[in-house]
Design a binder for this molecule. Structure first.
Ligand code: AMP
Ligand code: MG
Length: 334
């Protein structure tokens, strides 16, 4: 199987592409489609066989649960056993948008979607193609990022085609994604809200509405933090080793750089303006939104340049950069 890539632009050709995708999804097949965060690999969320095709295509471990994408807050609520005031307020403020809420699940949501957990992760995506596909199919769509498990997430249809082109029938092309990194994941299923994954809906923005958040991870004090099974230490990673370079560090002295040089391989760099000792450098905007939007395309590009090592100028430890630092830390984890 080789995926067909069909652009979804306003007009009859786009409508036809959406209609074809909807029929595939209703038949239990998988389809890749753009969301505002990254491209997703979607399947009918309430059909365990369809969901199984997502895990098979991605090589995703069965213990890593999926986010269910729905058309609106009412559709989300229909899949949740409880809908606390915080969910209602956050949905009102941030949906459609890059925020995922974890809530107790209804029994209609299969174990394969939730990896056996009693909770389900729900989101209303803002991308017009994702919204149109949810409407056209009439289905809730389980959709993780449309890449082989462990790789850098796709932000263009071409990234999807390179990673999963032989595994899936259809990729809807809606151009490069606008947010560029995965959604914020907030767990509202327990007594206190827990930030499971930082994203571009920032912790500060969430705390304005729900008060102080517990952060998932070993360091949090107070009640034992709930964990998110998919939050692997190493994730979102390019093939070449990625090194975060803090200010004042001479990167030429770092062991992976010396090793790449000894093998005769070039060095690649991702910069915010600093000059790094590399043959190829991509400079990203020095604001979090612009940086997040360009990050994965830059990593895909640098990885494909055949570099033996990718140097990344460490972004500031300031509030708006939390999600970006999280993804870079995971990509750098050996
Ligand atoms: P992805 O679709 O790859 O962006 O990842 C979705 C992530 O959301 C998973 O890897 C988990 O970390 C998290 N997630 C999904 N469902 C749940 C759930 N029911 N409870 C906790 N975390 C979840
Ligand atoms: Mg992913």
């Amino acid at each position: 199987m080789t995926a067909r890539v069909r652009p979804v632009t306003p007009g009859p050709a786009g409508e036809a592409a959406l209609a074809e995708a909807a029929v595939l999804l209703q038949r239990g097949e998988v389809v890749a489609f753009p969301t505002e965060t990254v491209y997703g690999l979607g399947a009918h969320a309430l059909d365990p066989e369809a969901v199984g095709r997502i895990y098979a295509a991605k090589g995703r471990p069965a213990w890593n649960p999926l986010i269910v994408h729905v058309v609106d807050a009412a559709a989300a609520r229909a899949l949740a056993r409880a809908w606390p005031p915080a969910a209602a307020q956050l949905a009102e403020r941030y949906w459609p948008g890059p925020l995922t809420l974890v809530l107790p699940r209804q029994p209609t949501v299969p174990d394969s979607v939730t990896a056996g957990l009693d909770t389900v992760a729900l989101r209303v995506p803002a991308h017009p193609v994702a919204a149109a596909l949810l409407r056209a199919s009439g289905l809730p769509l389980a959709a993780p990022s449309a890449n082989r498990s462990g790789e850098v997430s796709p932000t263009t249809a071409a990234h999807v085609a390179r990673s999963l082109g032989e595994q899936i029938p259809l990729i809807l092309d809606g151009g490069p994604t606008s947010v560029g990194i995965e959604s914020t994941v907030l767990d509202l299923s327990g007594p206190q809200p827990v930030l499971l994954r930082p994203g571009m809906v920032t912790r500060a923005a969430l705390e304005d509405i729900v008060g102080p958040l517990v952060v998932a991870g070993p360091a949090a004090s107070g009640e034992a933090p709930r964990s998110s099974p998919g939050m692997l230490e190493r994730h979102y990673a390019p093939r070449a080793p990625l090194l975060l370079v803090e200010p004042g560090v001479d990167a030429t002295t770092l062991a992976p750089v010396r090793a790449a040089r000894a093998r005769g391989q070039p060095i690649a760099a991702l910069s915010l303006g600093a000059v790094l000792p590399a043959e190829t450098t991509v400079t990203l905007p020095a604001d979090p939104a612009g940086y997040a939007k360009g990050l994965y395309a830059a990593l895909h590009h640098l990885d494909e340049s055949g570099a033996g090592c990718i140097l990344v100028e460490a972004p500031p430890a300031a509030a708006g950069w939390e999600a970006i630092r999280d993804r870079l830390r995971r990509a750098a984890h050996p």
